[in-house]
Design a protein around this ligand. Structure first.
Ligand code: PLP
Length: 487
């Protein structure tokens, strides 16, 4: 096999740049509207970027979920989809790909990642049990708690530090894991969960060594290890980049080895494979049989699981493409370029760069805004107004209230700028970096937010807020003074 280039390429100038290792063959028009129209749009959307219409957005960096670019081979495969309620050939092609990539025999398709979490939580969690993990994901935690479980986050001391050189901030603290078993006993622990590229704390990976150590503790305590593989491709890529032992390894071998340590692997294919849907994969027939009937009840027959057969075909191709360095390196190398550029300008971002997106530290960016006035939400609104770029608040707005009705302040206040796989070009990336730099220079103009309409459940999706004071007008006036008529 010829050696394939991945990640960055060295230029004659000495710079290392993340060159796109694909060409664009289908394009979609974007809308870079004047700042007054963007202001009207965020007012209408209640200062919640989830409530914007993409017709008012230039670069949509909300999420990598279901927004990734498919390859030519993925799109082509969709034409051969086999419509059948049961026994679809599309499913068997996807099953074969999943077996190859994850190294597990039984493949249970589901309509998306949280559907897998629903089934796993119903089957494997008994009321009062704890589930230790490196970090939670929003939907994971809700499903586990609905089924009477308690999430225990046992990350290392480095995990929540914004600025760090630790390459594996997604590791579990092994001593804390042992302590959980000592306190709760094997019966008190439903299972241990590892999330590849911990989504909510900056897409930070764990190391293979840490996964092996977690496996050893699970063995000692006869406990099951569950791997959330939604962002596994990037975690595998970063193991290759950062863990000496794997420098020359194939991504596919790394993926296989990661999965070999877990009895149960599940994923959202809205992320891994750049399609939609998801699956649970296991080797043990007994585990498979425990989940099979719930799958039919909640998702659909075993050979489609709530997915369209066209998506299943694209997933089969996309899973195999996850093993290609030139495919899987694209998003992390653009994230790294952005993080390194902002960090060099003194802007507080989560370092080292992880998977999924660039995470700006809103507490450090807007230190004058108290956490109860939602700095990450304010930063998301301000960046949208001045650039048309949409990010996602991952801070206290995404948290919940306690029984007294007070906000539970989030561990970290982040604005996430997601890099959907193979979607944005380098000049678009340079545009967003430029506008973040401008906003940082003018950060004192940004103020906080307060609720206008706050739903009781998952408020960050549908809630509406308003600015405290007239800071948006001041920000817009300064933007016009600096940029004139330019967008
Ligand atoms: C997105 C995600 C999920 C949930 O998947 P959906 O397809 O959105 O339901 C679960 N875990 C992680 C780590 C994720 O990133």
């Amino acid at each position: 096999m010829t050696k394939q280039t991945s990640g960055t390429i060295k230029f004659y100038s000495g710079e290392q740049l993340p060159v796109e290792l694909h060409k664009v063959r289908i394009v979609q028009k974007l809308f870079l509207k004047p700042i007054d129209e963007r202001y009207a749009a965020i007012e209408k959307g209640g200062y919640n970027t989830f409530l914007l219409n993409t017709k008012d957005i230039f670069l949509d960096m909300l999420t990598d979920s279901g927004t990734n670019a498919m390859s030519d081979n993925q799109v082509a495969s969709m034409l051969q989809a086999d419509d059948a309620y049961a026994g679809s050939q599309s499913f068997y092609r996807m099953e074969a790909a999943a077996r190859e990539v994850f190294g597990k025999q039984y493949v249970l398709p589901v309509h998306q990642g949280r559907a897998a979490e629903n089934i796993i939580s119903q089957v494997f969690i008994k009321k009062g049990q704890v589930i230790p993990m490196n970090y939670h994901f929003t939907t994971t935690k809700e499903h586990m708690e609905l089924n009477g479980g308690k999430v225990l986050e046992i990350y290392t001391d480095e995990a929540l530090k914004i600025k760090s050189d630790e390459p594996f901030k997604g590791n579990i603290d092994i001593d804390k894991l042992k302590a959980v078993f000592a306190e709760h006993g094997s019966d008190g622990v439903a299972f241990v969960r590892m999330e590849a590229s911990t989504n909510l704390i900056g897409g930070q990976p764990f190391s293979m060594q840490n996964l092996r150590d977690v496996r050893a503790v699970c063995d000692e305590n006869k406990s099951m290890l569950v791997l959330d593989a939604s962002l596994i491709g990037e975690n595998a890529y970063m193991i290759k980049q950062r863990e000496e032992e794997y420098r020359n390894a194939d991504v596919k071998d790394i993926l296989n080895e990661m999965c070999s340590y877990a009895e149960l692997v599940y994923f959202s294919s809205r992320k891994v494979s750049s399609t939609r849907g998801g699956a649970i994969v296991v080797n043990d027939e007994e585990l498979y049989l425990k989940m099979r009937d719930l799958l039919v009840l909640f998702e659909g027959f075993l050979t489609y699981g709530g997915m369209s057969v066209r998506e299943i075909e694209a997933m089969a191709v996309g899973l195999l493409e996850t093993c290609d360095d030139t495919v899987i390196s694209q998003s992390p190398s653009f994230v790294k370029y952005t993080v390194d550029s902002l960090d060099a300008a003194g802007i507080p971002v989560v370092t080292p760069a992880g998977a999924l997106g660039c995470h700006i530290d809103a507490k450090g960016f807007l230190p004058h805004i108290p956490q109860r006035d939602y700095p990450a939400g304010a930063l998301a609104s301000a960046l949208y107004i001045i650039s048309g770029c949409r990010g996602m608040e991952r801070g206290t707005i995404s948290s919940v209230r306690n029984e007294n009705g007070d906000d539970i302040l989030a561990d970290v206040e982040l604005l996430r700028l997601a890099f959907p796989r193979r979607v944005f070009t380098l000049s678009q990336t340079m545009f967003v970096i430029d506008r973040v730099k401008w906003l940082y220079e003018n950060r004192e103009l940004v103020g906080g937010l307060e609720w206008v309409d706050e739903p009781p459940l998952l408020r960050f999706f549908l809630g509406k807020l308003k600015p405290k004071g007239d800071w948006p007008q001041k920000l817009i006036a300064k933007f016009k003074a600096d940029f004139g008529d330019s967008l």
